[in-house]
Each structure stands twice: as C-alpha cells, then as structure tokens.
Design a binder for this molecule. Sequence first.
Ligand code: MG
Length: 454
Amino acid sequence: MIGVSGVRGIVGEDLDPELVAKFAAAFGQFLAGGLVVVGSDTRPSNEMFRYAIFAGLLSTGCEVVDLGICPTPSLQLMVTGLEAKGGIAITGSHNPAQWNALKFVRPDGLFLYPEQIQKVLGITERRIKRVSWDHIGKVRREDSAIENHLKKILPLVDQQEIRDRHFKVVIDGCNGAGALITPELLRRLGCEVVKINCEPHGYFAHPPEPTRSNLRELSQIVESEKADIGISHDADADRVGLVTEKGDILPEDYVLLLAAKFILGKKKGLVVTNLSTTQALDDLAADFDSRVRRTKVGDVYVARCMRKEKAVIGGEGNGGVIVPEVQYARDGIAAVALILNYLAQTGSSLSLLASSLPRYYMVKRKVKIRPKGFPPPREYLKEQFRAARFNFLDGVKITLDQGWIHLRPSGTEPVVRIISEARTRQEAENLCRMGMEKVLKIDPLDKLPFGSKR
Ligand code: MG
C-alpha cells in the first residue's frame, strides 16, 4: 500500500524482502546515488528488511549509513546532520507488530512529498538501472543518532529548572525505538525514571499506539509509584501519550495543546495543524494573540507549511508535535522535553495544566463506503448547511456555530472518516450523524458504521 509518506503492509502478505529491495533500489535511483541513512524501530521483521534495503540501495550506487535501531525523528536529524541524499526509516509506527513500512526521507529531513513517492513508485514499475560491479558502495555503521538528537533537544529547554523539580517519571517505551532515548533524556534532566516495556525487542507489550486503551498499565504504575507523569511513545517515538500524576490518561490531542501553550507563552507566532485537530488549539492561540493555519491531514503537509510560514510550533492531534528549532518532523522526544519544561516553569501538576485547557468533545467514525462524487456539489452543501463555513482542502470540513464536521475519504482504506467536535458529547454525536445523513446521504441508524461503539 502506498501512502502519503511511504509503503506499508502486513509482513509476508503485502511486504516481502523482494518488494522492499525493489523500493529501496527505486529510491536509490530516484536520488541518483549518494549517502543514504537507514534506521528502524524494533520490530522482529526489521532485520530481514534492513538487509533487503541495503542490497537495493547498494545496487543503485548509494553509500549506506546504518543507524540500527533508531527513533524516526533521530534518523531524520541524521539525514540533515550528515548531509545525506536521503534516508529510509523501517517502521510500522503505531501499527501492530505484524505490520511494517518504509518511510522515505528527503535531504532536508522531511518525508518524501506525495508527488515524489509517485515518482519512486513509477521507477519500480520500470526496469531499475543498477550500477556496474565496480561502482557498488559500502555500508557503514553509525551509533551517534541518539546522542546527536539529545544534543539538539537539551539546549532548547531550561535544564536546571527541570532538574530542580526532581520529577519522578514512568516511561512506557512500548519495547520500541523510544525505549532507549527517552529514559536517557529523562535521566539527563534529573528525573527519577521508572521504566516499563523498555526492552527494545519489538514484541510489543500492548499495541504500540499511545491511545487510551493502550496506556492502562502505565496509568496503574504512575499511580502506584506516585509519579509526577507517565509517558508513552509509539514504536518509532514520533508520538507521545501522557498520564497525569493522578493516573488519568489524557486525550491524545492534549500533547500538542500543552506543547503549544508552553511555546506560545514564550513567543507569539503561527501554529500549524491539520483540519481534523481540535478547535481548542485555535482558542489557545487566540489567548496568546496568535493564530492557527490548517493543512491537509498528514504530517508532511503540516511540516511543509510550518517551514514555509515560519511557524513557532505545530503538529497533529495524535500526539505528534513538531518543534521547528529541532527539525520539521514529528518528534516525541522533543515533545517530552517541552512538557517537562512547562511543568517545571509553572510549578504545577500535569492534571492542573490539563484542566486549564479549553474543553471540547470529539467523535470519530469511519463508514465503509466509497461514495461517488465525494464531496457533493458545493451548492447542495450550502443548501443543507445554511450559515456554515466550508473548507474543501481535504474532503470537506463544515464549521457551524455549535462545532465542526470533517469528512474525508481515507487514503489507505475504502472508508470515509468522519470527525466532529463540539462543546458537549451529545452535540458532537449530533454533528457526526448530520454529516452521515446530509453529506454521505446514509441513514446512521440503518447503516451502523463499523468502528462505532454504539
Ligand atoms: Mg510513529
């Protein structure tokens, strides 16, 4: 499956070493040789794919730098640091262990743009040009990615202020690539670190997505250890989930809200996020005399826009924060540093900081249809939703007085995703139903969408 940032699939079904070698070779040809940085999360299939990628890259005249197990943001930083031509992250990210994926990185550290992915795909469909035997490059091992990343993050926070608080932190490394770097970051910031699932073997103790249902163990241990905060990453550590000192699991989008509030308190400027992220971010930005720019869904769109508009902070509602001083990439480790700095600076508890955020309710559904002519004609929508504001950048987003609805066909599954948000759960549910009835023209009661908990 080809997504906005790379190729992904189930190991042995969609993804095998031959296909992976072919994509790596196509990427090598696309780059026209040069230095390519390769790293992976901890999944058991990575070793197999790593060698396939080396073979593909070497066959097209690339030199390979092997980072071994490495968080995706650390890899992105190495691409720019080594002035490489590109990078490949082998990571299924938040997907279960049987999944894997390749993410291709540009020389500027951003993921390959969708139009560039199409070019790489085009190369796989033709005969790949291999270099002659005497132009085949070498693989060199490099172990400095984590140290390099920490050196970039630490100077951005008030380290002494954080050390003075002697935070007790529980880190759930999810047996992923964040299992090494984040405990080390915490240690250097003077925290007492309690580690769970920090063996980077890739047999995940729970699905590697930092969402509510996967953070229960962390929540219990934060409570029993009387810790100040609980932190969890996905398998490649570009995302973060948070647990308060009371053991409460915070909604995913609070990570971006807290990071943005901390940064906006220090400097005014633009915040960038995608169309499906909470309105709370706009409310926050307004409090600080700043504003929010919205992009299509996908971190590459957010990163591109942030760089173009010189945003001060950005990211997505899934716990992925982009800190421009580090790089234009979602960075779970940098996000942790900012949040600890925010806690230290305010002298407050995480639950108190969380309770000060604007509160909304979000409802997310997906409906298994591929409607013809989506979205419907604008005249029709304007008729159905009088006094609404529309955004057609990515599907259709409809903003009404009581909240908003965003309907968007998925890029990877034959479904339409519906997200609505309002001040109360009931209102958000009503908006979601309204979207199904009026935009998708289906009866929500008749056709119960899967993924729904009703
Ligand atoms: Mg990830």
